[in-house]
Ligand binder design. Structure first.
Ligand SMILES: Cc1cc2nc3c(=O)[nH]c(=O)nc-3n(C[C@H](O)[C@H](O)[C@H](O)COP(=O)(O)OP(=O)(O)OC[C@H]3O[C@@H](n4cnc5c(N)ncnc54)[C@H](O)[C@@H]3O)c2cc1C
Length: 458
């Protein structure tokens, strides 16, 4: 019998596994896919390495910083800052018609940009920052406060409000149109007050470190081991049944598969609180170039763009929403040496039902068509790189389902989170996206937090 079985070898599941293995638990991570990483995995195509999701790590604080999520994460996982080899961003921007706000890993730049573009909002913006600094992550009553309402009370220029929402929603809002005040504050700190960075080797380096640490501590990992059912007796999970019929027993289960997805696995038929799956998913285009983007005049690490005064954050009626997006160049970090290829990735909101409904032939054609349309939309905001493209790839909401199993390809899971990770069963807990912390650093922190809180107490 295992002490803990963890469902999912994404960032949160692996991080939880390390904590438990470190304290000598007999722990098993079960992963449905043939590889690790979940939403943040990697693959090789036509001789090139690609990351599935990674644009940048958030919460990047300099080496030696003692406070903040990154420092906590490294301490808890016994990984050193140098192991991750994170290079800071060069600098990013948020672009709306007629206004560009630049930011980097020093909040002073962003503050001065806001003062320049929105001089009347300067004091209000400082007030916003003070409120965010004081925000207490452990107070889950903030979940119910609308960030739109709160921002409306502090800032009086609607365009600035929209320009702040654009990056924060793209990088972490499961909720349409609005964010919880708590989530807004966490994301604001992670992106604007701490900052963005990336390892030169991409996400594979982070995953390699996590798996090495986990296995080194005696943790077990099974790939191609999808959990079909959780066997429940007398209000407790007694074990898991895999898709291949194998049965395994455990004293407790920690699931990163998502709330609705985990509830459906429980075989107790007990009425469980129903929770709508999220509706927000992405398409992402990836272009390999024969030059570095900076040679074409593109020096920004990440550009968040929107082509009107109002930013819309809802499931689009069209296959992809061409009005807004995120343009990321993995080349534009402060590495000591260049990457092999130039790369530009563009993320846009997408409609899962449309992409799921296509047969294989149409899916392939539509990918080509929407690759072009997304790129055409993005080159309104960055130098046109299309003549330098040597290879491309693209993923859609159905790819996200394949890598994560999340209903609707919902990148950030359900809008309603379970901050304490508890379920209707005493020994079944949730970690990762639907617990409430998203992004790579967020989901790792979630795995650590839920393992500490629920699995190390006895
Ligand atoms: C396009 C895109 C770009 C992104 N960019 C960034 C970025 O730049 N920076 C950042 O910080 N974050 C980014 N993210 C978000 C980040 O990837 C996620 O928030 C994070 O990886 C979630 O980790 P997780 O462990 O919670 O869940 P997941 O990664 O979803 O892992 C869950 C795992 O559980 C497995 N699983 C599910 N059901 C079962 C089952 N029944 N049995 C066994 N296994 C199962 C899945 O296969 C999966 O491996 C991006 C996401 C996307 C889609």
């Amino acid at each position: 019998m295992y002490d803990t079985i963890i469902i999912g070898a994404g960032m949160s599941g692996l991080a939880a596994g390390i904590r438990l293995a470190y304290f000598d638990q007999r722990v098993l991570v079960l992963e449905r896919h043939f590889t690790i990483g979940g939403l943040n995995s990697f693959y090789r195509l036509r001789g090139r390495d690609y990351d599935v999701g990674l644009h940048a790590l958030t919460n990047i604080t300099p080496k030696g910083t003692k406070k903040g999520p990154l420092a906590r994460l490294l301490r808890q996982l016994r990984i050193s800052w140098d192991d991750l080899q994170i290079s800071p961003q060069v600098g990013s921007d948020i672009v709306f018609p007629g206004t560009r706000l630049r930011f980097d890993n020093d909040l002073d730049l962003f503050r001065s940009e806001v003062s320049r573009e929105f001089p009347k909002q300067s004091d209000n913006f400082d007030r916003l920052i003070s409120e965010i600094v004081e925000y207490d992550d452990l107070d889950d009553s903030h979940q119910e406060i609308s960030a739109r309402q709160r921002l409306g009370e502090i800032l009086t220029d609607p365009k600035l409000v929209e320009m702040l929402f654009c990056p924060l929603m793209f990088y972490g809002s499961a909720r349409e149109h609005d964010m919880d005040w708590g989530q807004f504050s966490i994301m604001f700190r992670s992106i604007f007050m701490e900052g963005l960075g990336r390892p030169h080797a991409g996400v594979r380096l982070i995953l390699k470190q996590l798996v090495r640490q986990y296995r080194g501590l005696g943790g077990e990992l099974k790939l191609r081991a999808g959990v079909e059912r959780l066997a429940v007796e007398d209000g407790k999970v007694v074990g898991v049944v895999l898709e291949n019929g194998e049965e395994l027993t455990a004293r407790r289960v920690l699931s990163s598969a998502g709330w609705p997805e985990t509830m459906r696995m429980c075989d107790d038929g007990a009425p469980v609180v129903s929770r709508q799956p999220g509706r927000l998913s992405f398409c992402e285009t990836i272009a390999s170039l024969d030059v570095e983007p900076k040679t074409l005049g593109h020096r920004s690490t990440i550009t968040f763009y929107n082509d009107s005064e109002e930013f819309t954050w809802t499931k689009p009626d069209t296959p992809c929403d061409l009005r807004s997006g995120v343009i990321c160049s993995p080349n534009n970090f402060q590495y000591g040496k260049p990457l092999d290829d130039g790369t530009i990735r563009i993320t846009a909101l997408a409609n899962f039902d449309y992409w799921r409904g296509l047969d294989e032939h149409d899916y392939r054609l539509e990918k080509l068509r929407w690759y072009d349309r997304i790129t055409e939309s993005a080159v309104r905001f960055v130098p046109d790189y299309r003549s330098r493209v040597i290879d491309t790839d693209m993923f859609t909401p159905t790819t996200i389902v394949r890598f994560t199993g999340h209903d609707n390809g919902a990148v950030y899971g359900t809008p309603e989170k379970q901050i304490d990770g508890r379920t209707h069963l005493d020994n079944l807990f949730i970690c990762g996206t639907d617990q409430g912390f998203v992004g790579i650093v967020g989901s790792i922190m979630s795995g650590i937090g839920m393992a500490n809180m629920h699995c190390l107490r006895d």
